[in-house]
Structures are given as C-alpha cells and as structure tokens.
Write a protein that binds this ligand. Sequence first.
Ligand code: ZN
Length: 299
Amino acid sequence: MRKTNFLSAIAAGTMVFAGSAAADNLGAMIDELNDSLEASGAGLAVGMVEWITEAESEEMGQTILFKDTGNKQLGFDFVPGDPRRGGRTNITYIMDAVDVTADATDEFAAIDNAMQTWEDAKCSDIPITDLGDVNADEGFVQWFFGFGGNSDINAPIVNGWDIAHDGFLPGNFFLAFGGSPNILGVAFTIIFPGTDIDNNGVGDAAYREIYYNDAFNWVDNPNDGPGDGLIDLESVALHEAGHGLSQGHFGNAAIINSNGRIRISPNAVMNAGYIFAEQDLQGNDRGGHCSNWANWPNN
Ligand SMILES: [Zn+2]
C-alpha cells in the first residue's frame, strides 16, 4: 500500500516547476544556473531536464520544465535550418572521450548503435551525423556544478553539436544538480529562451547535453533482466538519444505482483524507468518520433 501510494504520487509525470518536494531542490539549482546565464548575457538557458531512473528503486524518472525562461511552451525542438545553429538541416552528435567508465561496456559502440537505431526509424529521414569522439572534457552543466567539463556554454553551438553525450559522471553529480541517486541518465535541453522562430508552438532548442551515472554497473547485454544490479548501456543511451531528438516520456508505472516488482506500461524505450534492456524502438517510440520528425526539414 505504501509503495503504491508512493509510486502514484510520482509516476513518470511531467512537472512544470512549481514546487513539489521532488522538484524543489532541482528547481533551485537550475534557477541559479539560469540566473547566472541571464546575468552573463549568454542568450541561452536550461529549458528542460529529463531523467530516467533505475525503476526498481521505486522512483520514476521526471521531466522538469523551467517556465521562467520566457517560454510558454511545453517543450522544445530543433528548428530546421536555424541560423543560430549554423543553418544546418542535419542533426549532429558527439561523445566526450574523457568522462568514460571503467565498467564492462564499449560505450562508444553502445551510443553509436543507439543513435543509429533512431536514424533507422521509418517515417523520418533526418540525417544524423556522427561528429566523432571528442578528446576534451565537454559539458557546460557539469562544469557549472563543479564536475569538470567546459565553461563555455556556447562551445556546442560554435562546434555544431546538437546532441552531446558528455559521458559518465560520479553519482554526486546527480545530487549536485538537485536530482537523485537513482538517476541512470539525464538530458538537459539548452534553449534559446523565449523564442519560437518557426512558429510551431514549441520553443527552440539550442543543443542537448546527456550524462550517464557512473555509480551504476554498466554492461552491454541486450537481454539484461531485472534484479541483477546491471544496466544495459545501449538501452539507456537509446532513451537519452530519444530526448536528444525531442521525444518525451511515455507510460505509467504500477506494481503488479506480490513481491512488489514494478511494471511500466505500455512498454516503451521512452518509459521513465529502466527495468530490463530494450534496444529496439516500440510502437509508441516510433509514433512519437514520427510526429516530431516526419516532415523534417519542412515543418
Ligand atoms: Zn527520460
């Protein structure tokens, strides 16, 4: 009973930052980041933070939107040919080759595979361009919270990076930004605040930063199941890359059996919690992807 109440209170919801207990700390930390960006005249802000949890922790992932950045939108996407991003119509990604993990995973292959899975999705034709592994410690959000990285928030724009897999960070990072120890991966959407230059009712993304929690034990195993303390990296990278491509969370958590095991339904890569490996897109993942990208670059 207690578990059920706990879960229903926090199940995979989208939270507009307004003061739930879970979001208060994160809201305060990101507000501080955004205040400093505004004071510096950077013309960029953190618009959204989305994370996936290890679902057996009984905590579900979250989506936190920051509305005090001048946006009224409930989401952000990339504008095709956005002159602020160099006028490109492809979507690019990089991997930080400094913040790597010692775990038994080939992280470069796992993340490349995940990106390829989205590129192969039918109904969209986005060219996803791999700009390779970067031998420098990248990541503005990690820098802001004192975990290495790059102090230049404009670096991804200057370099033409839309999705930056900024690597594996210690568990304390996921507390420092106001998150939780149960976070496996997190995507920060950096935005051009208050703008919607293509008038599609969605705010404009500048780029996304993705981080993985090195406190977990990462493996490459498409058959990874619940309860073993191992996490399949490609599955989580596929989820995070979905956020990189503007997709939100999907599905609801419930406890279904007497031992309290959690189930999330309908099953989707974009479920906000990880229970077992899922390296293939499910119906709802494809549906969400198609609605975001089917008309690219003409939307
Ligand atoms: Zn997520």
